[in-house]
Design a protein. Structure first.
Length: 360
């Protein structure tokens, strides 16, 4: 499975979000997806985990032939929190074909799994076989990734790790792009290409977050326009603030970040399995070995075996050191000591835009 950055050789802002899955689960997931892809005659697949804010908290695709920006748009067009079954998705008005078949499953109160199969070629004789295969695939994947639901139920807590804004858009009350700007560096230019407007509109995965943050705004009175923050895609921070420039506009600041406590990616680098990750999460919640055993339906000796294996994999001296390694604390502390706290906050954004002639 792939969940790679849309630009190569640049520090990631789109990380693979399914880090907590071990190799056996990944193989089973890919088997479900390959069967459904063949049944639908599709060119490939993309899947995403959406949190309660309908932000894309994790994603994966069938390979580099899938264009990430297009995949995000298709995933955002799948009905949430759960579809009644496979749905046809079109991104244009053309009638001769549709772009994808999508399906979604609610994993819990706050997380949904969406899957799209791109450019399907369905024949009348095999149509219902394909529908059955897609529904079976969705059910199978929901069972495999259900353990990750808690990790993605809330928006990313990474605001303090946000770097200086890379890209800026000024939007009208109708959310039409009036001004676009990006910083003069490699990461910012790559981000600007990824989020470039289509006509006068931003990509759907951005516009949906902006629409949510500005839903209570009255563009005739700036006092009603409260700033807000969203994480529409894992690794991407979006801040919205009202701006006065002959009339009220929405200023949109985009910046990239790395999760401060991204245990999934760190754990994956040590070969921590999905069951071990579940034990780790229970430990982080302050539960004892006996409580973890009851919660996961395991023997206490099995829980202790999982903990011992994690200590061995991380080359830690004890349970406390193992947890510290998997939380990434040494790296985070060293980074902060070297670089200081991140400075990309709302006040610095306002100062920067005042220098451009805006009244904020």
């Amino acid at each position: 499975m792939h969940g790679r950055s849309p630009f190569a050789n640049i520090p990631t802002f789109l990380n693979e979000g399914l880090d907590g899955l071990d190799a056996a689960i990944r193989r089973r997931i890919e088997l479900h997806l390959s069967k459904a892809t063949r049944a639908a005659g599709a060119a490939g697949w993309a899947l995403g985990l959406f949190n309660k804010e309908r932000d894309l908290a994790a994603f994966a695709t069938s390979g580099p032939h899938i264009e990430i920006r297009s995949a995000f748009t298709l995933l955002c067009l799948v009905p949430l929190p759960q579809s009644a079954g496979p749905v046809e998705i079109k991104t244009t008005a053309r009638e001769e074909a549709f772009d994808a078949i999508g399906i979604s499953v609610e994993l819990g109160e706050n997380v949904s799994l969406a899957i799209v199969f791109e450019r399907p070629q369905l024949e009348d004789a095999t149509h219902w076989d394909a529908v059955d295969a897609i529904q079976s695939c969705a059910a199978g994947l929901a069972q495999e990734v259900a353990g990750l639901a808690k990790d993605y139920a809330l928006p990313s807590p990474a605001a303090t790790m946000t770097r200086e804004p890379c890209t800026f858009f000024l939007l009208s009350a109708a959310l039409e792009v009036k001004i676009a700007w990006n910083a003069d560096d490699e990461v910012s230019e790559a981000l600007a290409e990824f989020v470039r407007p289509q006509g006068e509109r931003l990509p759907l995965f951005l516009e949906r977050a902006i629409r949510r943050l500005t839903s209570a705004w009255n563009f005739s009175g700036i006092a009603t326009c409260a700033p807000g923050v969203a994480y529409p895609v894992r690794g991407l921070c979006l801040r919205v603030a009202p701006m006065m420039w002959s009339e009220i506009y929405a200023g949109v600041f985009l910046s990239v970040y790395e999760d401060a406590h991204d245990t999934g990616s760190v754990a994956a680098s040590f070969g921590i399995s999905s069951r071990e990750m579940q034990v780790l999460h229970e430990l982080l919640d302050g539960r004892s070995v006996a409580e973890i055993a009851r919660a996961l339906g395991l023997a206490e000796s099995t829980v202790n075996d999982h903990i011992a294996r994690m200590i061995g994999k991380t080359h830690a001296r004890n349970r406390t050191e193992m947890i510290a390694v998997l939380l990434g604390w040494p790296a985070v502390k060293a980074k902060r000591a070297t670089n200081g706290e991140a400075s990309g906050d709302a006040e610095s954004d306002k100062s920067r835009l005042r220098s451009l002639g805006f009244f904020v």
